[in-house]
Design a protein around this ligand. Structure first.
Ligand SMILES: [Zn+2]
Ligand SMILES: [Zn+2]
Length: 304
């Protein structure tokens, strides 16, 4: 028996397509479809698609409902806590300001609300990663980690930076992306993206061309909550190890990358004030998958 290749081993941990679809991954019904489909779409959840006529949106920061058409003509007070909650000594606190939950509407204010509910018409903009050109297509056996940083525009969340890293940690792509919609908030605290980054940024179409030099439909992509990264890239790709779906969570919610890094790597990430770094996040995903595989299949012989 020939020894297993790294890709053979990783293939054992690929998330089944049905599970991906149930967790928000988009797909095409057939090769000739020109509109991406979704299985899960809870109207008020994070990242739901809204019918084209419906302009009501729920602010993803303060939860207020607003009309997306009047975002810029009627500035609105958006008051919120930017960081998550954490239980400390039995009490729940907002980590941003260490105020107890329920004692304040928010420690941060902005003039505009933001949302994560694009209109359904963008489903027609999706493309599928290309079929392998031949049985020897060099892209087919590759494994990459993908991470996208996002910014808030009038159309919802859009891609602002893409990073593609191989298993050795080599950076294949690290590019800023120019969003199509009018920018509401760069989300710098989380995205790390600043205005000057977007001056020479590429269009999404240019990013697709670049990405498809490395990635085809058989390429294995690793990421965390990758359905969202693929959505803002307007891409369909179902050959994935999603670190958030490796284990079934007890509360039905996806664990954060920060929590997984702590659990599997004993490592603290996303602690800087400059925002997330998509390279660091991508490499963290690769490391988590590697440790996860070692723990679950210690006797798999990998012939590198
Ligand atoms: Zn708001
Ligand atoms: Zn706060």
């Amino acid at each position: 028996m020939s020894p297993k290749t790294v890709r053979d081993v990783y293939n054992c941990f690929v998330i089944p397509e049905e599970k991906l679809k149930k967790n928000g991954y988009l797909y095409f019904e057939s090769e000739s479809s020109n509109r991406a489909e979704f299985m899960k779409n809870d109207k008020w959840s994070n990242f739901a698609f809204m019918s084209d006529e419906d302009n009501t949106r729920k602010c993803s920061r303060c939860s207020r409902l607003f009309n997306r058409k009047s975002t810029f003509s009627y500035p609105n007070l958006c008051q919120f806590h930017p960081l998550k909650r954490e239980i400390i000594n039995g009490f729940v606190y907002h980590l941003c300001c260490l105020q107890r939950v329920g004692t304040s509407k928010g420690c941060t204010t902005h003039s505009f609300h933001v949302h994560q509910q694009p209109s359904e018409k963008i489903l027609e903009e999706f493309v599928q990663t290309p079929k392998p050109a031949s049985s020897r297509d060099y892209r087919s056996n590759k494994i990459f980690a993908l991470d996208v940083e996002m910014i808030h525009t009038e159309d919802g969340l859009e891609a602002g930076r893409i990073s593609l890293v191989d298993r050795e940690g080599r950076i294949m792509i690290d590019e800023y992306i120019r969003p199509e919609g009018k920018i509401i908030h760069l989300n710098t605290q989380f995205s790390g993206i600043q205005e000057f980054h977007l001056e020479n940024a590429k269009s999404l179409k240019q990013i697709h061309q670049l990405l498809f030099q490395f990635v085809n439909r058989s390429t294995l992509l690793i990421g965390h909550g990758l359905s969202n990264d693929l959505k803002v890239l307007r891409l369909v790709h179902l050959n994935v190890i999603d670190t958030g779906l490796l284990e079934d969570s007890s509360n039905g919610r996806m664990p954060s990358l920060k929590a997984l890094a702590r659990k599997w790597l004993n490592k603290e990430i996303q602690n800087t004030h400059e925002g997330h770094d998509s390279i660091e996040d991508a490499i963290t995903c690769l490391d988590i998958v590697e440790v996860f595989i070692e723990c679950h299949c210690p006797d798999l012989s990998v012939d590198v």
